[in-house]
Design a binder for this molecule. Structure first.
Ligand code: PEP
Ligand code: MN
Length: 339
């Protein structure tokens, strides 16, 4: 059920609707918009009678939602969500660049890469302290020490920290050090983790699962939002196909497809799609041209020695050039009238 308030509805009228929804044992999600406020209702198993709400003061209409998702949709919130991470944003007019090494390997390495990230004008530093690795023998990250190094880089350079949590105890730790929690592709349908980050005060970067459909991905975002955390950013990072020339097949059509149904920002991870450094810049450019709100890019001060995802890491020079290019494309799009 979606309850649309009249454009001049007062805060008291909105609270009245919320109380009414809660009295029925459901949860109310208030989404203020530029022209009107909407209240999403979740927690009901069957259909709810719309007349129950339509007679309440300030209500314009109550719409039955037939789709499996309610909170991620443009029906609930026609204005695009701008996720705020301190004074940095994802989903507004600024192209969000989230860059850094695959893994935090040492203080020296992370600070060196962070300087390059800052030099590029990017606002977000990424780096894994907890790495999901396909092989149990591969480097799995420095754990809490890695988070401390990221926090030091933030304090030194003013960057926002985006880092992955693999499980609920990991979220407790990431919350102490970082600015945004990444849920990785392998965990996109880890519902315990999704519910945990849904209770967090930090925004969430939700990567698309390795073989997830758009609906499954959006329902994973819905799962986070249903717990009350509306600060969710989707990240297309490529899906598994028969192709061997890339690590994953970047599904660029996901960007406009998501735009068509959801108000959530969407970014493109060019690095994990490419798997090879020479493919990263073209995919990053294409992602921005397709309308992405931002990019994730892996960069390393010395790719040859990287302990994780070395083949796809850009050198600082390659990274800086790529950022200049994608900003040029983004500027062109902003300047082009879209009627
Ligand atoms: C990563 O961002 O380093 C990562 C492990 O990505 P993904 O979950 O997309 O594989
Ligand atoms: Mn990686």
């Amino acid at each position: 059920m979606l309850i649309v308030m009249k454009s001049g509805a007062t805060p008291e009228e909105v609270s009245g609707v919320v109380r009414n929804v809660e009295q029925l044992g459901f949860r109310a999600h208030v989404m203020p918009g530029a022209t009107r406020t909407a209240v999403g209702v979740t927690g009901n198993q069957g259909a709810v009678e719309s007349a129950r709400f339509e007679n309440l003061p300030g209500v314009f209409e109550a719409i039955r939602v037939s789709k499996p998702y309610k909170l991620i949709t443009l029906d609930l919130q026609p204005d695009q969500t701008v996720v705020r991470v301190g004074d940095a944003t994802i989903g507004g007019d600024e192209l969000a660049i989230i860059a850094g090494p695959c893994a935090v390997e040492s203080r020296e390495q992370t600070l060196a890469v962070a300087k390059t990230v800052q030099e590029s004008g990017a606002r977000f530093l990424r780096g894994g302290a907890f790495k999901p690795r396909s092989s149990p023998y591969d480097f799995a990250g420095l754990g809490e020490e890695g988070l401390q190094i990221l926090a030091e880089a933030r304090d030194a350079l003013g960057l926002k920290i985006v880092t992955e949590a693999l499980d609920s105890p990991g979220v407790d730790l990431v919350e102490q050090y970082a600015d945004m929690i990444q849920v990785g592709a392998r965990n996109m349908q880890n519902f315990t983790l999704l519910r945990r980050v849904g209770k967090s005060k930090l925004p969430v970067l939700l990567k698309r699962g390795i073989a997830a459909t758009i609906d499954e991905w959006l329902l994973a975002a819905e799962c986070i939002m249903a717990e009350g955390n509306y600060q969710v950013v989707l990240c297309e990072r490529g899906v598994r196909t028969f192709a061997h020339h890339t690590r994953n097949t970047l599904d660029l059509a996901a960007v406009p497809t998501i735009r068509h149904v959801s108000h959530l920002p969407i970014i493109v991870d060019a690095s994990h799609a490419a798997g090879k450094s020479q493919l990263v810049a073209p995919l990053a450019r294409a992602g921005v041209a397709a309308g992405a709100d931002g990019l994730m890019i892996e960069v390393h001060n010395d790719p040859g020695t990287a302990r994780c995802d070395a083949a796809q890491a850009l050198t600082p020079a390659e990274y800086l050039k790529t950022v200049r290019e994608v900003r040029g494309i983004h500027r062109l799009l902003l300047e082009t009238p879209n009627e």
